[in-house]
Ligand binder design. Sequence first.
Ligand code: ZN
Length: 411
Amino acid sequence: MELKVNNCRVCSTSIKPFMTFGKMPIANGFLTAEQFKGEYYFELAPAFCNKCGMLQLIEQPEPEMMFHENYAFFSSLSKHMQIHFRDFANQVKNRVLKDCEDPFVVELGSNDGIMLGNFKDDGIHHLGIEPSENVADVARSKGIQTVSEFFNLKLAEQIVADHGHADVVLSANVMCHIPDINSVAEGISLLLKSDGMLIFEDPYLGDMLIKTSYDQIYDEHVFIFSATSVAWLFGQHGLELIDVLPQLTHGGSMRYVLAPKGSHPISENVGNIFIREREQGLDKAETYDLFRKNCEASKERLVNLLKEEKKVGRRVVGYGATSKSTTILNYCGIGPSLIEFISDTTPLKQGKFSPGMHIPVKPYETFTENYPDTALLLAWNHQTEIMEKEKGFTEHGGRWLSPLPEEKSKT
Ligand SMILES: [Zn+2]
């Protein structure tokens, strides 16, 4: 797979970016001062394919640069995500597995086992695929069967030979990371039983456009899916969309349920969402032109707010050294002159600097021991959880600043 493409990664139609966020470092590439000199950059530019409807990056770094042994994201650190995946697993058990004899569940990008643990605890035959070795080790230490490889047709054949066909293939916030998506779809199609199901969720294009949440666009997210593009993509590999279930996670996600063509009835949700996506203009170039303008307005708003804080002498600290904040900080050109430091609970990031803009990342205690005047909520998608946790800051008179404007319907 080419790292930089001129043609759609799904259907090979010629595509051109409708905007650029400029030169961008690796979103999760928190680094030491010694590493500043050799920092890697690529052009972050999304394009829309008007044949299959897929929103995608035209350029992506090597997967090994993004998902390596020091990959610092552990899903189980978030309590809300633990609850979310327990509910996800329960739905799968009730909807798919209740009639299966000795079911087999496979998850692509199983991280530290946050989802599969719910199946393992019930003694259900499972297999996690997690390319990041250190994250996979955490899952294995919890007794969750995990292989550390990238999923493709060859690995699918190996899994079928070792374990048989799967009743369900799951993934969450993973499918949109995979540039060679046709190979993965082909592998899933081979891996599934003839009445099996593929159930996955990812950030949803419709929400991103409505909220101007452009921080969904970063190196790892090579695709931003819609129901239309998902149906087109998997339709090429014998699977059809049979249901869609909107999710509140990651600022607006969609759970897609697919199955071999003709094996299951199709929910009316599917026809309805196709209509909604056309009404929202997801198939029109003007919609993406408007999104670009909204991003520019969002940038101007945030930079002006931060400059104003600086002018009146208020201390501003970033809250949450997230991957997605790399797009915001670099696109807006926000560095240590506007943000004193970013507080984060992940030990691997502490003592390092944010990618590109080189804002120091400090332990969470640095935030609580000497509250700033204002906190920029970079981890805005965990807002509810954070507001509960940080009552002390708010009671102390601390103010929250959102990096994105309030949600409003603009499309
Ligand atoms: Zn296409």
